[in-house]
Ligand binder design. Structure first.
Ligand code: ZN
Length: 407
């Protein structure tokens, strides 16, 4: 399939200003030519689409999702829903995500390898969805706050659960053997936990974290670490994780350490934003808001430092979640701008920087010659008004690897 987009305003996400009057050829899944529209020579059999000045930009990237999870409040869902149901729901939600302009996503934590199943179904053409990188089950310590408050006699087997460095390696290998592209490490407690482990507690030893990173890297897999406190983030950085997920309670020395070690930050501001506003009280229990709201403030207070230290910041919605159904991932870019990031950089956080987190920067994330033709057409100028990326009516076409997924 060959497609020529002409009369496009090209927003290539390299940081260059949008260029009007451009054309692009997508052929055999890749970007085969870019140039001024009058110089375009559409090959025989190609489809020519006149964009009438609309914006042509890279497909969006969400690097932190729970695609198999529902958006309705249900604290016991993970104990009552079947794995096949989670996979079916995830597949339906992946389709919605693609239609909202997201051509690449990373899933961080799913039961029973339901995320691996969706990735395989998408790759085989059985289901619609973005390009997917998935973690399989979370690598987590026994008794973690991530799993709520179960009676000690209640055992729900999880392949990523471990205690000690040797078992940590086993937990990582199990994910790799079952199809994980990336390892999701739970280094600290969780905001929504009703257990005694708090979000700011560190659930692992340095030795355990280092074993996880060493084993994952030995297999060529990156490690994405859920961590909040400065202590847990610093330990993760020392262990060699590739990205910090959330990181809301970091201090300046820890931000400096992340920068020094080249650790990316996925601030998942949508997750903290969901605790603000009066309607949050309908979605979450009071104890969760009591923790989440100050964390949202702490994160905003340190946002300028993230930028001053030049961290690679990428967008991850941590969704779907109550109030933010599938297809609302682009809110994260709006929140970055709201916290002080220039719009062009927020667009790069939602495209190029995400590709860097995933190790896919040679293939996706910018519109450049030879890269995969993952493109969206936007009716309007997202640099002027980033909120239009949240409006599906403004995303008038989605192309994934040279194939038009929606128009
Ligand atoms: Zn998450």
């Amino acid at each position: 399939m060959k497609t020529v987009f002409t009369n496009a305003t090209l927003l290539d996400s390299t940081g260059a200003a949008p260029r009007p009057g451009m054309a692009l050829l997508a052929a055999e899944g890749r970007i085969a030519w870019i140039g001024p529209a009058p110089e375009a020579q559409p090959p025989e059999g190609s489809r020519v689409i006149d964009l009438g000045g609309k914006t042509l930009m890279p497909g969006l990237i969400d690097v932190h999702m729970h695609i198999t999870q529902g958006a309705e409040p249900n604290p016991i869902a993970e104990f009552t829903e079947t794995v096949p149901f989670m996979a079916l729901r995830g597949a339906a939600q992946a389709s919605i995500l693609l239609d909202s302009g997201y051509t690449t996503m990373r899933n961080l934590g799913a039961f029973g390898y339901s995320d691996v199943a969706i990735r395989e179904a998408v790759n085989k053409g059985l289901a619609r969805g973005p390009r997917m990188l998935v973690s399989g089950e979370m690598v987590i310590t026994e008794g973690s706050g991530e799993r709520g408050f179960l009676r000690p006699e209640v055992q729900i087997p999880e392949s990523g659960m471990f205690v000690g460095a040797e078992e940590a390696r086993r937990a990582v290998r199990r994910q790799v053997y079952n199809g994980a592209d990336v390892i999701k490490l739970i280094a600290s407690g969780r905001v929504g936990s009703n257990a005694y482990s708090m979000p700011w507690d560190t659930e692992m030893t340095q030795e355990e974290m280092s074993a996880v990173c060493d084993e994952a890297h030995r297999w060529g897999k990156r490690v994405a670490a859920h961590a909040y406190s400065a202590q847990s983030v610093a330990m993760c950085a020392i262990a060699g994780v590739d990205s910090i997920e959330h990181g809301a309670l970091v201090d300046e020395p820890t931000i400096a350490l992340m920068a020094e070690r080249g650790v990316s930050l996925v601030p998942t501001m949508t997750a903290f934003h969901s605790y603000l506003g009066a309607d949050a009280e309908e979605r979450y229990p009071a104890y969760r808001l009591a923790r989440g709201r100050p964390m949202a403030q702490h994160q905003r207070d340190h946002f300028q430092a993230y930028m001053d230290y030049g961290l690679n910041i990428a967008t991850g919605s941590d969704g779907p979640r109550p109030g933010w159904p599938p297809g609302t991932s682009a809110l994260e870019m709006w929140l970055l701008v709201d916290a002080g990031m220039p719009p062009m950089q927020a667009i790069q956080a939602g495209t190029r920087n995400g590709a860097r987190v995933l190790g896919l920067e040679d293939d996706v994330g910018t519109v450049e010659l030879g890269k995969k033709a993952d493109l969206i057409v936007v009716d309007g100028d997202p640099v002027e008004d980033i909120s239009i990326l949240q409006d599906r009516k403004c995303i008038s076409l989605v192309m994934k690897e040279g194939e038009i997924a929606r128009e």
